[in-house]
Design a protein around this ligand. Structure first.
Ligand SMILES: [Zn+2]
Length: 94
């Protein structure tokens, strides 16, 4: 079964930042955020000759994670910019 490692990385970075950013917990929002981010990133499929260490290195690459985070941040603005849940959250913090 082929895996898009970019999808795994987006999932991973998303989970790391979900607490730090004002991302709403709404599941349809988080799916849309990941979908938009993934549409703006190249899919990555490894050949069978690539070993686990290289796959791990891909997921840990700091520069790549920063790029992914930037795409996620853009997607959050698009998806949750006018999101009611988020506005609710913002009102509560005022
Ligand atoms: Zn939202």
């Amino acid at each position: 079964m082929l895996k898009n490692y970019m999808e795994i990385l987006v999932d991973q970075v998303f989970n790391e930042v979900i607490d730090k950013y004002d991302i709403c917990v709404n599941e349809s929002c988080s799916n849309d955020i990941k979908a938009i981010a993934l549409n703006n990133l190249k899919p990555v499929y490894f050949l069978s000759s690539v070993n686990e260490g290289e796959k791990k290195a891909f997921l840990l690459d700091r520069q790549r994670k920063i790029t992914v985070l930037a795409k996620i941040t853009e997607a959050v603005d698009v998806v949750c910019g006018k999101c009611e849940d988020k506005q609710q959250k913002m009102r509560e913090t005022v």
